[in-house]
Design a protein. Structure first.
Length: 169
């Protein structure tokens, strides 16, 4: 069983104050203070670090799936330079009101559903007692509840200080 630290992306890992919160381009991607230190800290505590993110901007036509994959590659490269990484990044490109036909549908992978949790659980058996979700939306807390893990609502300026305040071990 593995301890997993689940993070929403926009608003937790990166600032989401541009484009109405739809961040799909590298030029709009700005890390929240304390992110790199948080990832290093949690990995030192033997956590797997996983991003689970709704990316309806793809379905809405604001950016492409390729843009999101490029952005995630950019993030991993930025972390590698600092000798750390995110173990896995999952995102849901679907939205029932999407404009792009391929992505216009209901999906169990879209939070608050926990399809992304189920994938992670199939890769590493999740230690639910010691795993948690950090998110900035009600849907993130619902994802945590449906997954049987703790949910932490993040509305702070520094992710590391926030995580340290939760006394995670």
């Amino acid at each position: 069983m593995k301890k997993i630290a689940f993070f929403d992306r926009d608003g937790v890992i990166n600032k989401s104050n541009k484009n109405n919160g739809y961040i799909g381009k590298i030029k709009d991607f700005v890390l929240i203070p304390g992110v790199i230190k948080t990832i290093k800290y949690l990995r030192a505590l033997n956590y797997k670090v996983v991003i689970v993110s709704n990316q309806s901007g793809i379905a809405r036509g604001f950016f492409t799936e390729y843009d999101v994959k490029k952005l995630h590659q950019y993030l991993q490269t930025k972390l590698k330079v600092k000798n750390t990484k995110i173990d896995r990044i999952f995102y849901c490109p679907y939205h029932i009101h999407g404009k792009i036909k391929k992505y216009k549908k209901k999906s169990k992978f879209r939070k608050p559903d926990n399809g992304m949790f189920k994938i992670v659980n199939s890769i590493w058996k999740v230690d639910k007692k010691n795993s948690f979700m950090v998110g900035d939306q009600k849907t993130d807390m619902e994802f945590a509840k449906k997954s049987g893990i703790k949910g932490y609502y993040f509305r702070e300026k520094n992710l590391y200080r926030f995580i340290k305040s939760k006394k995670i071990t």
